[in-house]
Design a protein around this ligand. Structure first.
Ligand SMILES: Cc1cc2nc3c(=O)[nH]c(=O)nc-3n(C[C@H](O)[C@H](O)[C@H](O)COP(=O)(O)OP(=O)(O)OC[C@H]3O[C@@H](n4cnc5c(N)ncnc54)[C@H](O)[C@@H]3O)c2cc1C
Length: 456
Protein backbone atom coordinates (compact mmCIF):
# COMPACT_ATOMS: atom_id res chain seq x y z
CA UNK A 1 0.00 0.00 0.00
CA UNK A 2 1.59 3.29 -1.04
CA UNK A 3 -1.06 5.85 0.01
CA UNK A 4 -3.55 6.48 2.79
CA UNK A 5 -6.35 7.56 0.47
CA UNK A 6 -7.27 7.98 -3.19
CA UNK A 7 -10.14 10.30 -4.08
CA UNK A 8 -11.58 9.98 -7.59
CA UNK A 9 -13.20 13.25 -8.66
CA UNK A 10 -12.57 16.84 -7.56
CA UNK A 11 -16.24 17.63 -6.94
CA UNK A 12 -18.06 19.08 -4.00
CA UNK A 13 -17.22 16.19 -1.69
CA UNK A 14 -13.85 15.11 -3.10
CA UNK A 15 -11.90 18.36 -2.70
CA UNK A 16 -12.81 19.15 0.91
CA UNK A 17 -12.26 15.51 1.88
CA UNK A 18 -8.88 15.20 0.12
CA UNK A 19 -7.58 18.50 1.51
CA UNK A 20 -8.72 17.80 5.08
CA UNK A 21 -7.20 14.34 5.03
CA UNK A 22 -3.92 15.69 3.66
CA UNK A 23 -3.78 18.54 6.15
CA UNK A 24 -4.32 15.96 8.88
CA UNK A 25 -1.14 14.17 7.79
CA UNK A 26 -2.53 11.51 5.43
CA UNK A 27 -0.99 10.87 2.02
CA UNK A 28 -3.67 11.43 -0.58
CA UNK A 29 -3.97 11.24 -4.36
CA UNK A 30 -6.78 13.20 -5.99
CA UNK A 31 -7.66 12.16 -9.55
CA UNK A 32 -9.58 14.49 -11.87
CA UNK A 33 -10.26 13.94 -15.57
CA UNK A 34 -12.00 17.25 -16.29
CA UNK A 35 -12.02 20.76 -14.88
CA UNK A 36 -11.27 21.16 -11.20
CA UNK A 37 -14.33 21.73 -9.06
CA UNK A 38 -16.72 19.38 -10.84
CA UNK A 39 -20.25 20.13 -11.98
CA UNK A 40 -21.17 22.82 -9.45
CA UNK A 41 -18.29 25.13 -10.28
CA UNK A 42 -18.02 24.56 -14.03
CA UNK A 43 -21.43 23.77 -15.48
CA UNK A 44 -23.89 23.69 -12.57
CA UNK A 45 -24.67 26.01 -9.68
CA UNK A 46 -22.07 28.73 -10.26
CA UNK A 47 -22.65 29.48 -13.95
CA UNK A 48 -26.43 29.00 -13.81
CA UNK A 49 -26.92 31.25 -10.80
CA UNK A 50 -24.63 33.84 -12.37
CA UNK A 51 -26.79 33.80 -15.52
CA UNK A 52 -29.96 33.89 -13.41
CA UNK A 53 -28.63 37.02 -11.66
CA UNK A 54 -28.07 38.80 -15.00
CA UNK A 55 -31.52 37.71 -16.16
CA UNK A 56 -33.12 39.06 -13.00
CA UNK A 57 -31.36 42.40 -13.41
CA UNK A 58 -32.87 42.66 -16.91
CA UNK A 59 -36.31 41.73 -15.59
CA UNK A 60 -36.17 44.19 -12.68
CA UNK A 61 -35.07 46.98 -15.03
CA UNK A 62 -37.76 46.11 -17.57
CA UNK A 63 -40.53 46.02 -14.97
CA UNK A 64 -39.36 48.94 -12.83
CA UNK A 65 -42.30 50.96 -14.13
CA UNK A 66 -44.57 49.11 -11.69
CA UNK A 67 -42.62 50.85 -8.89
CA UNK A 68 -42.84 54.22 -10.62
CA UNK A 69 -39.34 54.11 -12.07
CA UNK A 70 -38.78 54.74 -15.78
CA UNK A 71 -35.64 53.15 -17.19
CA UNK A 72 -36.07 53.64 -20.94
CA UNK A 73 -35.18 50.72 -23.13
CA UNK A 74 -33.45 47.71 -21.61
CA UNK A 75 -31.09 45.64 -23.70
CA UNK A 76 -29.12 42.55 -22.76
CA UNK A 77 -25.50 42.34 -23.91
CA UNK A 78 -25.40 38.55 -24.16
CA UNK A 79 -21.63 38.24 -24.79
CA UNK A 80 -21.05 40.43 -21.70
CA UNK A 81 -23.40 38.25 -19.65
CA UNK A 82 -21.50 35.14 -20.75
CA UNK A 83 -18.12 36.78 -20.14
CA UNK A 84 -19.15 37.68 -16.58
CA UNK A 85 -20.25 34.08 -16.04
CA UNK A 86 -16.94 32.77 -17.43
CA UNK A 87 -14.96 35.08 -15.17
CA UNK A 88 -16.84 34.00 -12.04
CA UNK A 89 -16.36 30.33 -12.96
CA UNK A 90 -12.65 30.99 -13.56
CA UNK A 91 -12.26 32.59 -10.13
CA UNK A 92 -13.97 29.63 -8.43
CA UNK A 93 -11.85 27.14 -10.36
CA UNK A 94 -8.69 28.97 -9.36
CA UNK A 95 -9.86 28.87 -5.76
CA UNK A 96 -10.16 25.07 -5.97
CA UNK A 97 -6.71 24.91 -7.54
CA UNK A 98 -5.23 27.00 -4.70
CA UNK A 99 -6.98 24.89 -2.10
CA UNK A 100 -5.50 21.70 -3.54
CA UNK A 101 -2.03 23.25 -3.87
CA UNK A 102 -2.30 24.41 -0.25
CA UNK A 103 -2.57 20.79 0.92
CA UNK A 104 0.69 19.72 -0.78
CA UNK A 105 2.93 17.81 -0.36
CA UNK A 106 0.59 15.28 1.27
CA UNK A 107 -2.00 15.83 -1.45
CA UNK A 108 -1.03 15.12 -5.04
CA UNK A 109 -3.35 15.96 -7.94
CA UNK A 110 -3.19 13.66 -10.96
CA UNK A 111 -5.08 14.68 -14.09
CA UNK A 112 -6.73 11.85 -15.99
CA UNK A 113 -9.54 9.32 -16.07
CA UNK A 114 -9.20 7.02 -13.05
CA UNK A 115 -10.37 3.40 -12.91
CA UNK A 116 -10.61 0.84 -10.14
CA UNK A 117 -8.35 -2.03 -11.15
CA UNK A 118 -8.23 -4.22 -8.06
CA UNK A 119 -8.60 -4.24 -4.31
CA UNK A 120 -8.36 -0.54 -3.25
CA UNK A 121 -6.23 -0.06 -6.33
CA UNK A 122 -6.67 2.71 -8.89
CA UNK A 123 -5.05 3.39 -12.22
CA UNK A 124 -4.81 6.95 -13.53
CA UNK A 125 -2.54 8.60 -16.10
CA UNK A 126 -0.46 5.44 -16.43
CA UNK A 127 0.14 5.22 -12.66
CA UNK A 128 -1.20 2.46 -10.42
CA UNK A 129 -1.71 3.06 -6.70
CA UNK A 130 -3.13 1.14 -3.77
CA UNK A 131 -4.52 2.93 -0.74
CA UNK A 132 -6.03 2.28 2.64
CA UNK A 133 -9.25 3.91 1.42
CA UNK A 134 -10.58 4.73 -2.03
CA UNK A 135 -13.31 7.36 -2.28
CA UNK A 136 -15.44 7.57 -5.41
CA UNK A 137 -16.81 11.08 -6.06
CA UNK A 138 -17.37 10.92 -9.80
CA UNK A 139 -20.66 12.85 -10.01
CA UNK A 140 -23.25 12.70 -12.77
CA UNK A 141 -23.79 13.94 -16.32
CA UNK A 142 -26.91 14.78 -18.33
CA UNK A 143 -29.13 11.94 -19.49
CA UNK A 144 -29.54 11.66 -23.26
CA UNK A 145 -33.19 10.62 -23.50
CA UNK A 146 -34.13 8.08 -26.19
CA UNK A 147 -36.11 10.54 -28.33
CA UNK A 148 -36.05 9.44 -31.98
CA UNK A 149 -33.94 11.84 -34.06
CA UNK A 150 -32.22 13.50 -31.08
CA UNK A 151 -28.80 12.10 -31.93
CA UNK A 152 -28.98 13.73 -35.38
CA UNK A 153 -29.59 17.32 -34.20
CA UNK A 154 -27.20 19.68 -32.38
CA UNK A 155 -29.07 19.69 -29.06
CA UNK A 156 -27.78 21.46 -25.97
CA UNK A 157 -27.38 20.22 -22.44
CA UNK A 158 -26.42 22.41 -19.47
CA UNK A 159 -22.72 22.08 -20.43
CA UNK A 160 -23.05 23.09 -24.08
CA UNK A 161 -25.50 25.87 -23.19
CA UNK A 162 -22.69 27.50 -21.19
CA UNK A 163 -20.63 27.95 -24.36
CA UNK A 164 -23.18 29.71 -26.58
CA UNK A 165 -21.78 32.76 -28.34
CA UNK A 166 -25.14 34.13 -29.45
CA UNK A 167 -28.51 34.37 -27.78
CA UNK A 168 -30.92 31.73 -29.15
CA UNK A 169 -33.82 33.31 -31.02
CA UNK A 170 -36.24 30.50 -30.12
CA UNK A 171 -35.28 28.06 -27.41
CA UNK A 172 -37.24 24.86 -26.88
CA UNK A 173 -36.59 23.26 -23.50
CA UNK A 174 -37.42 19.59 -22.97
CA UNK A 175 -37.72 19.01 -19.23
CA UNK A 176 -39.51 21.15 -16.64
CA UNK A 177 -37.41 20.20 -13.62
CA UNK A 178 -35.38 22.80 -11.78
CA UNK A 179 -32.54 22.96 -14.32
CA UNK A 180 -34.96 23.34 -17.26
CA UNK A 181 -37.03 25.94 -15.39
CA UNK A 182 -34.10 28.09 -14.21
CA UNK A 183 -32.58 28.20 -17.68
CA UNK A 184 -35.91 28.68 -19.48
CA UNK A 185 -36.72 31.76 -17.41
CA UNK A 186 -33.20 33.16 -17.66
CA UNK A 187 -33.17 32.88 -21.48
CA UNK A 188 -36.66 34.35 -21.73
CA UNK A 189 -35.45 37.33 -19.72
CA UNK A 190 -32.40 37.65 -21.97
CA UNK A 191 -34.81 37.97 -24.89
CA UNK A 192 -35.25 34.48 -26.38
CA UNK A 193 -38.69 33.11 -27.21
CA UNK A 194 -38.92 30.09 -24.90
CA UNK A 195 -41.13 27.00 -24.86
CA UNK A 196 -40.97 24.30 -22.17
CA UNK A 197 -42.14 20.74 -22.76
CA UNK A 198 -42.78 18.61 -19.68
CA UNK A 199 -44.41 15.16 -19.71
CA UNK A 200 -45.74 15.52 -16.14
CA UNK A 201 -48.83 17.63 -15.62
CA UNK A 202 -46.79 20.35 -13.91
CA UNK A 203 -43.41 22.05 -13.87
CA UNK A 204 -41.25 21.03 -10.88
CA UNK A 205 -43.43 17.95 -10.67
CA UNK A 206 -42.20 16.67 -7.32
CA UNK A 207 -43.62 19.78 -5.63
CA UNK A 208 -47.22 20.06 -4.44
CA UNK A 209 -49.50 21.38 -7.17
CA UNK A 210 -49.94 24.87 -5.71
CA UNK A 211 -46.16 25.46 -5.76
CA UNK A 212 -45.89 24.34 -9.37
CA UNK A 213 -48.95 26.38 -10.35
CA UNK A 214 -47.44 29.51 -8.81
CA UNK A 215 -44.37 29.14 -11.02
CA UNK A 216 -46.42 28.24 -14.08
CA UNK A 217 -48.43 31.46 -13.60
CA UNK A 218 -45.26 33.55 -13.48
CA UNK A 219 -43.76 31.79 -16.50
CA UNK A 220 -46.89 32.34 -18.59
CA UNK A 221 -47.03 35.99 -17.55
CA UNK A 222 -43.42 36.40 -18.73
CA UNK A 223 -44.33 34.90 -22.10
CA UNK A 224 -42.90 31.39 -21.70
CA UNK A 225 -45.04 28.87 -23.58
CA UNK A 226 -45.73 25.72 -21.56
CA UNK A 227 -46.65 22.30 -22.94
CA UNK A 228 -47.45 20.29 -19.82
CA UNK A 229 -48.46 16.64 -19.98
CA UNK A 230 -46.76 16.47 -23.39
CA UNK A 231 -43.89 14.21 -24.41
CA UNK A 232 -41.35 14.99 -27.09
CA UNK A 233 -41.79 12.08 -29.51
CA UNK A 234 -39.46 13.02 -32.32
CA UNK A 235 -36.82 15.60 -33.06
CA UNK A 236 -35.64 16.63 -36.52
CA UNK A 237 -33.84 19.43 -38.37
CA UNK A 238 -30.37 20.84 -38.05
CA UNK A 239 -28.39 23.84 -36.81
CA UNK A 240 -30.66 26.86 -36.34
CA UNK A 241 -33.90 25.03 -37.16
CA UNK A 242 -34.98 22.16 -34.94
CA UNK A 243 -38.51 20.77 -34.85
CA UNK A 244 -39.96 18.80 -31.97
CA UNK A 245 -43.07 16.68 -32.45
CA UNK A 246 -45.13 16.30 -29.29
CA UNK A 247 -47.37 13.46 -28.10
CA UNK A 248 -50.27 15.96 -28.39
CA UNK A 249 -49.68 16.13 -32.15
CA UNK A 250 -48.31 19.67 -31.96
CA UNK A 251 -45.04 20.57 -33.63
CA UNK A 252 -42.65 23.11 -32.12
CA UNK A 253 -39.87 24.86 -33.90
CA UNK A 254 -36.78 26.30 -32.26
CA UNK A 255 -33.44 27.74 -33.29
CA UNK A 256 -31.99 25.83 -30.31
CA UNK A 257 -33.02 22.82 -28.25
CA UNK A 258 -32.08 22.37 -24.59
CA UNK A 259 -32.60 18.91 -23.11
CA UNK A 260 -32.76 18.77 -19.30
CA UNK A 261 -34.38 15.47 -18.45
CA UNK A 262 -32.23 14.19 -15.61
CA UNK A 263 -28.74 13.06 -14.72
CA UNK A 264 -26.88 9.74 -14.82
CA UNK A 265 -23.87 8.71 -12.76
CA UNK A 266 -20.35 8.65 -14.22
CA UNK A 267 -19.82 5.05 -13.18
CA UNK A 268 -19.93 3.28 -16.55
CA UNK A 269 -16.18 3.26 -17.14
CA UNK A 270 -14.93 3.14 -13.58
CA UNK A 271 -14.06 -0.55 -13.29
CA UNK A 272 -16.72 -1.11 -10.62
CA UNK A 273 -17.50 -4.66 -11.75
CA UNK A 274 -13.93 -5.90 -11.49
CA UNK A 275 -13.37 -4.17 -8.15
CA UNK A 276 -16.54 -5.62 -6.60
CA UNK A 277 -18.31 -2.26 -6.26
CA UNK A 278 -22.03 -2.88 -6.68
CA UNK A 279 -24.13 -0.45 -8.72
CA UNK A 280 -27.91 -0.15 -8.65
CA UNK A 281 -30.11 -0.53 -11.74
CA UNK A 282 -29.47 3.08 -12.76
CA UNK A 283 -25.70 2.90 -12.26
CA UNK A 284 -25.49 4.68 -8.89
CA UNK A 285 -23.00 3.23 -6.42
CA UNK A 286 -24.80 1.31 -3.68
CA UNK A 287 -23.61 2.53 -0.27
CA UNK A 288 -24.68 1.88 3.30
CA UNK A 289 -25.47 4.55 5.87
CA UNK A 290 -21.75 5.30 6.26
CA UNK A 291 -20.83 5.46 2.56
CA UNK A 292 -19.33 1.94 2.46
CA UNK A 293 -19.67 0.22 -0.90
CA UNK A 294 -19.76 -3.55 -1.37
CA UNK A 295 -15.94 -3.53 -1.77
CA UNK A 296 -14.09 -3.24 1.57
CA UNK A 297 -12.20 0.05 1.87
CA UNK A 298 -14.03 1.66 -1.06
CA UNK A 299 -16.50 4.48 -0.31
CA UNK A 300 -18.72 6.65 -2.50
CA UNK A 301 -19.99 10.18 -1.88
CA UNK A 302 -21.91 12.91 -3.67
CA UNK A 303 -24.30 12.58 -6.60
CA UNK A 304 -22.91 9.22 -7.76
CA UNK A 305 -23.87 7.57 -4.47
CA UNK A 306 -27.56 8.31 -4.89
CA UNK A 307 -27.54 11.16 -2.36
CA UNK A 308 -29.96 14.01 -3.16
CA UNK A 309 -28.17 15.72 -6.05
CA UNK A 310 -27.16 19.00 -4.43
CA UNK A 311 -23.84 20.63 -3.76
CA UNK A 312 -24.61 21.12 -0.09
CA UNK A 313 -25.48 17.42 0.25
CA UNK A 314 -22.22 16.36 -1.44
CA UNK A 315 -20.33 18.72 0.89
CA UNK A 316 -22.14 17.24 3.89
CA UNK A 317 -21.23 13.74 2.62
CA UNK A 318 -17.56 14.71 2.91
CA UNK A 319 -18.11 15.86 6.49
CA UNK A 320 -19.77 12.62 7.53
CA UNK A 321 -17.29 10.39 5.66
CA UNK A 322 -14.36 12.24 7.21
CA UNK A 323 -15.64 11.08 10.61
CA UNK A 324 -16.10 7.52 9.33
CA UNK A 325 -12.51 7.43 8.03
CA UNK A 326 -11.29 8.82 11.35
CA UNK A 327 -12.96 5.87 13.09
CA UNK A 328 -15.77 8.00 14.54
CA UNK A 329 -18.84 6.96 12.57
CA UNK A 330 -21.65 9.06 13.98
CA UNK A 331 -24.98 10.02 12.50
CA UNK A 332 -25.67 8.23 9.21
CA UNK A 333 -26.40 9.80 5.86
CA UNK A 334 -30.01 8.64 5.82
CA UNK A 335 -30.95 10.61 8.94
CA UNK A 336 -30.32 13.90 7.20
CA UNK A 337 -32.93 16.24 5.85
CA UNK A 338 -31.67 18.06 2.77
CA UNK A 339 -33.28 21.42 2.05
CA UNK A 340 -33.18 22.63 -1.55
CA UNK A 341 -34.03 25.61 -3.71
CA UNK A 342 -34.72 26.16 -7.38
CA UNK A 343 -33.50 29.59 -8.45
CA UNK A 344 -36.45 30.49 -10.57
CA UNK A 345 -37.89 33.91 -9.80
CA UNK A 346 -39.68 33.60 -7.45
CA UNK A 347 -37.52 30.90 -5.93
CA UNK A 348 -38.99 27.54 -4.96
CA UNK A 349 -37.57 25.99 -1.80
CA UNK A 350 -38.45 23.01 0.31
CA UNK A 351 -37.39 20.83 3.18
CA UNK A 352 -38.80 17.58 4.53
CA UNK A 353 -42.08 16.19 3.28
CA UNK A 354 -44.37 17.69 0.69
CA UNK A 355 -48.08 17.21 1.35
CA UNK A 356 -48.38 14.65 -1.43
CA UNK A 357 -45.42 12.68 -0.08
CA UNK A 358 -46.95 12.74 3.43
CA UNK A 359 -50.26 11.49 2.05
CA UNK A 360 -48.60 8.78 -0.05
CA UNK A 361 -46.65 7.55 2.99
CA UNK A 362 -49.69 7.75 5.26
CA UNK A 363 -47.95 10.22 7.59
CA UNK A 364 -50.41 12.01 9.88
CA UNK A 365 -50.07 15.76 9.44
CA UNK A 366 -51.68 19.14 9.92
CA UNK A 367 -51.18 21.53 7.05
CA UNK A 368 -51.48 25.26 6.49
CA UNK A 369 -50.86 27.39 3.43
CA UNK A 370 -50.79 31.10 2.77
CA UNK A 371 -50.35 33.18 -0.38
CA UNK A 372 -47.02 35.04 -0.50
CA UNK A 373 -49.04 38.16 -1.38
CA UNK A 374 -50.17 38.33 2.27
CA UNK A 375 -46.64 39.15 3.39
CA UNK A 376 -46.21 42.90 4.00
CA UNK A 377 -42.75 43.06 2.50
CA UNK A 378 -43.92 41.24 -0.63
CA UNK A 379 -46.56 43.93 -1.13
CA UNK A 380 -44.07 46.74 -0.57
CA UNK A 381 -41.51 45.32 -2.99
CA UNK A 382 -44.17 44.09 -5.43
CA UNK A 383 -42.92 40.51 -5.27
CA UNK A 384 -46.26 38.98 -4.45
CA UNK A 385 -46.14 35.75 -6.48
CA UNK A 386 -45.90 32.54 -4.52
CA UNK A 387 -47.25 30.49 -1.68
CA UNK A 388 -46.01 29.24 1.70
CA UNK A 389 -46.92 25.88 3.15
CA UNK A 390 -46.07 23.97 6.31
CA UNK A 391 -46.80 20.45 7.55
CA UNK A 392 -46.70 19.63 11.25
CA UNK A 393 -46.84 16.34 13.15
CA UNK A 394 -50.10 16.50 15.18
CA UNK A 395 -48.70 14.68 18.19
CA UNK A 396 -45.17 16.09 18.55
CA UNK A 397 -45.79 19.52 16.94
CA UNK A 398 -42.58 18.97 15.00
CA UNK A 399 -42.29 20.34 11.50
CA UNK A 400 -42.55 17.53 8.96
CA UNK A 401 -41.96 19.67 5.94
CA UNK A 402 -42.25 23.13 4.45
CA UNK A 403 -42.29 24.61 1.02
CA UNK A 404 -41.98 28.20 -0.02
CA UNK A 405 -42.47 29.77 -3.40
CA UNK A 406 -41.60 33.43 -3.10
CA UNK A 407 -38.89 36.06 -3.01
CA UNK A 408 -35.79 34.76 -1.20
CA UNK A 409 -37.43 31.39 -0.57
CA UNK A 410 -33.94 29.83 -0.67
CA UNK A 411 -33.03 31.91 2.39
CA UNK A 412 -36.34 31.62 4.23
CA UNK A 413 -36.39 27.81 4.08
CA UNK A 414 -33.44 27.73 6.50
CA UNK A 415 -35.76 28.77 9.32
CA UNK A 416 -37.66 25.52 8.87
CA UNK A 417 -34.51 23.48 8.14
CA UNK A 418 -32.89 24.61 11.39
CA UNK A 419 -35.98 23.82 13.46
CA UNK A 420 -36.31 20.39 11.86
CA UNK A 421 -32.62 19.68 12.51
CA UNK A 422 -33.04 20.77 16.13
CA UNK A 423 -36.20 18.66 16.53
CA UNK A 424 -37.94 21.80 17.77
CA UNK A 425 -41.73 22.20 17.75
CA UNK A 426 -43.37 24.56 15.28
CA UNK A 427 -44.50 26.54 18.32
CA UNK A 428 -40.95 27.96 18.49
CA UNK A 429 -41.77 30.04 15.42
CA UNK A 430 -45.02 31.27 16.97
CA UNK A 431 -43.13 32.40 20.04
CA UNK A 432 -40.44 34.18 18.04
CA UNK A 433 -40.77 37.87 17.22
CA UNK A 434 -40.43 38.23 13.48
CA UNK A 435 -38.89 41.44 12.21
CA UNK A 436 -41.35 43.73 10.45
CA UNK A 437 -41.42 44.05 7.50
CA UNK A 438 -39.23 41.02 6.64
CA UNK A 439 -40.20 38.29 4.19
CA UNK A 440 -39.69 35.98 7.19
CA UNK A 441 -42.89 37.31 8.72
CA UNK A 442 -44.52 35.01 6.18
CA UNK A 443 -42.81 32.02 7.79
CA UNK A 444 -44.39 32.90 11.11
CA UNK A 445 -47.77 33.71 9.55
CA UNK A 446 -48.06 30.38 7.74
CA UNK A 447 -47.30 28.48 10.95
CA UNK A 448 -49.89 30.59 12.76
CA UNK A 449 -52.36 29.65 10.03
CA UNK A 450 -52.36 26.12 11.48
CA UNK A 451 -55.63 25.71 13.42
CA UNK A 452 -53.73 24.82 16.60
CA UNK A 453 -51.95 28.19 16.71
CA UNK A 454 -54.70 30.43 15.33
CA UNK A 455 -55.36 33.43 17.55
CA UNK A 456 -58.97 33.80 18.71
C1 LIG B 1 -27.28 23.03 -14.34
C2 LIG B 1 -27.11 22.59 -12.90
C3 LIG B 1 -27.39 23.46 -11.88
C4 LIG B 1 -27.22 23.08 -10.56
N1 LIG B 1 -27.55 23.95 -9.57
C5 LIG B 1 -27.42 23.57 -8.28
C6 LIG B 1 -27.76 24.47 -7.23
O1 LIG B 1 -28.16 25.60 -7.45
N2 LIG B 1 -27.58 24.05 -5.96
C7 LIG B 1 -27.13 22.79 -5.66
O2 LIG B 1 -27.00 22.46 -4.49
N3 LIG B 1 -26.81 21.92 -6.64
C8 LIG B 1 -26.94 22.27 -7.93
N4 LIG B 1 -26.59 21.40 -8.93
C9 LIG B 1 -26.13 20.05 -8.56
C10 LIG B 1 -24.67 20.08 -8.16
O3 LIG B 1 -23.91 20.63 -9.20
C11 LIG B 1 -24.21 18.68 -7.84
O4 LIG B 1 -25.07 18.11 -6.87
C12 LIG B 1 -22.80 18.65 -7.29
O5 LIG B 1 -21.88 19.22 -8.20
C13 LIG B 1 -22.41 17.20 -7.00
O6 LIG B 1 -21.10 17.16 -6.59
P1 LIG B 1 -20.26 15.83 -6.67
O7 LIG B 1 -19.08 16.08 -5.85
O8 LIG B 1 -21.09 14.66 -6.32
O9 LIG B 1 -19.90 15.62 -8.22
P2 LIG B 1 -19.33 16.59 -9.32
O10 LIG B 1 -19.35 18.00 -8.88
O11 LIG B 1 -20.06 16.26 -10.55
O12 LIG B 1 -17.81 16.16 -9.46
C14 LIG B 1 -17.42 14.93 -9.97
C15 LIG B 1 -16.04 15.07 -10.57
O13 LIG B 1 -15.52 13.78 -10.87
C16 LIG B 1 -14.80 13.83 -12.09
N5 LIG B 1 -14.73 12.47 -12.61
C17 LIG B 1 -15.76 11.69 -13.02
N6 LIG B 1 -15.31 10.48 -13.35
C18 LIG B 1 -13.98 10.48 -13.15
C19 LIG B 1 -12.96 9.51 -13.32
N7 LIG B 1 -13.25 8.26 -13.69
N8 LIG B 1 -11.69 9.88 -13.06
C20 LIG B 1 -11.37 11.12 -12.64
N9 LIG B 1 -12.32 12.08 -12.45
C21 LIG B 1 -13.59 11.76 -12.70
C22 LIG B 1 -15.61 14.80 -12.93
O14 LIG B 1 -14.83 15.32 -13.98
C23 LIG B 1 -16.01 15.83 -11.90
O15 LIG B 1 -15.07 16.87 -11.82
C24 LIG B 1 -26.74 21.78 -10.26
C25 LIG B 1 -26.42 20.89 -11.30
C26 LIG B 1 -26.60 21.30 -12.61
C27 LIG B 1 -26.25 20.32 -13.71
Amino acid sequence: MDLDAIVIGSGQAGVPLATRLAKGGKTVLLAERGELGGTCVNTGCTPTKTLVASARAAHVARTAGRLGVRTGGVSVDFPAVMARKDEIVRIWRQGVERRIAGAAPNLRLVRGHARLVGERTVEVAGERHRAGAVVVNVGTRPVEPPIPGLARVPWLDNRRLMDLAELPVRLVVIGGGYIGCELAQAYRRFGSEVTVVEPAGHLLAHEDAEASEAIEGVFREEGIALHLGARAEEVAGGAGRITVRLSTGERLEGSHLLVATGRRPNTDDLGCDGAGVRLDGRGFVVVDDHYRTSAPGVYAVGDCSGSPQFTHTAWDDHRLLFEVLAGRPGRGRKDRISPYAAYTDPQVAGVGLTEKAARAAGVAHEVARMPFSHVARAIETDEKAGVLKVLVDPSSERILGASIVGAEAGELIHVFAALIAAGAPARAIVEMEAVHPAFAEGVQSVVMALDRYALP
